[in-house]
Design a protein around this ligand. Structure first.
Ligand code: PLP
Length: 369
């Protein structure tokens, strides 16, 4: 059997161990400490220096805290891109709120501005203005930031920007994660950089960051004993894991470059056979995963199984949330685009540690399918 090629596997830079060792040497084995602070500083600098970062235990927890900080509670409605991973939606339900699913457009595969406007108008007509909009930069491709922002301002509904897979992506030189009222990042094992598990909340200002950390550390009021006047969570990042993050931030630029090179390599070899997602003018995708669109569900499955046969992992695009059994009961504003992408699309192995030889192995199979 040929060696396994993964969809997206962790890729260490080299210094991660040094920072972990530092945590052990100084006994900072806690969900706070010098690695957490340094990792937050590195992220802050990387996304442009104007925002404040709170390092958390996951991207999911970051979305949850953003919803809480925006006052989303039982009975509220939150608009959510349907074409995404379940982790984008789940925290809405944690809060007892109702997700309202909105479909995608073809240019970026993300939140469709026309469907979004329709949804907002319709929800208002139904008697409830949505409390927030969760927009996603799926697979690293930025959503239509200007059009979505315009609607957010016009209707005065804040945006939570799910940049879980978009660290390093940009629109006109501005980093993803900094366009919304809140941005969230993930450092799960399959993302462009990892802390094995982890996430971050990108906040407008220091007060906001402090509020997030307060909630993420069990909402302890100022008192010598433990005093609580709010419900808290255990969502802060471990200082040991933040050590991995510090090491990863030293190579993040190279990781973005490798992922983009993967895309280009696939594109050049296969552009006549399959459809690829192109960057609109001014858009810069980190190309977290390279995806192809085939002509049918049958072709997509044929390719997926042929790759699997050769010990190569690939995966259909996200199954839209409005099609998921658990979310079927919620309102949706649908145009068919995400369903079509799910039917015909496939994510190809896209790790920054994939070798040219491995890419050639994959391309050979794709050429002959
Ligand atoms: C990975 C991911 C998340 C969740 O992040 P975790 O750190 O795994 O909790 C949320 N949204 C999207 C789009 C993701 O890809």
């Amino acid at each position: 059997m040929k060696n396994k090629i993964w969809l997206s596997s962790p890729h260490m830079g080299g210094n991660e161990n040094t920072y972990i060792q530092e945590a052990f040497n100084t006994n900072w084995i806690a969900p706070l400490g010098p690695n957490v602070n340094a990792f937050e500083d590195a992220l802050q600098h990387y996304v442009g220096g104007k925002k404040e970062i709170a390092a958390l235990s996951s991207g999911t927890s970051a979305i949850h805290l953003a919803l809480i900080l925006l006052g989303v509670t039982k009975g509220d409605e939150v608009i959510c891109q349907s074409f995404t991973f379940a982790a984008t939606v789940n925290p809405i339900v944690y809060q007892g709120a109702t997700p309202i699913f909105v479909d995608s457009e073809l240019e970026t595969w993300n939140l469709c501005p026309e469907q979004l406007e329709l949804a907002i108008e319709d929800r208002i007509k139904n008697g409830k203005k949505p409390k927030a909009i969760i927009a996603v930069h799926l697979y690293g491709m930025p959503y239509q930031v200007n059009k979505i922002k315009e609607l957010s301002v016009r209707y005065n509904i804040p945006i939570i920007e799910d940049a879980a897979s978009a660290l390093g992506s940009e629109v006109n030189g501005q980093k993803c994660g900094t366009f919304g009222d809140f941005g969230i990042l993930s450092f799960n094992g399959n993302k462009i950089i990892t802390t094995s598990g982890g996430g971050a909340l990108i906040c407008e200002n220091l007060k906001c960051k402090e509020d997030a950390i307060f909630l993420a550390t069990q909402a302890r009021d100022k008192a010598p004993h433990y005093e609580h006047s709010a419900i808290g969570y255990n969502y802060r990042m471990s200082n040991v894991l933040a050590g991995i993050g510090r090491g990863q931030m030293e190579v993040v630029q190279e990781r973005v470059k490798s992922r983009r090179n993967n895309y280009l390599y696939y594109y050049k070899a296969l552009k006549h056979k399959y459809e690829f997602l192109q960057e609109p003018e001014g858009y810069f995708s980190n190309r977290w995963l390279t995806c192809i669109i085939t002509d049918s569900y049958a072709t997509r499955e044929k390719i997926r199984l042929a790759l699997q046969e050769q010990n190569i992992e690939s995966r259909p695009l996200w199954k839209p949330m409005h099609l998921q059994p658990i979310f079927q009961k919620y309102p949706r504003y649908i145009n068919g685009i995400s369903e079509n992408l799910f039917d015909k699309g496939l994510c190809l192995p896209s790790g920054s540690n994939n070798t040219e030889k491995e890419l050639n192995r994959i391309i050979e199979i794709l050429k002959h399918c």
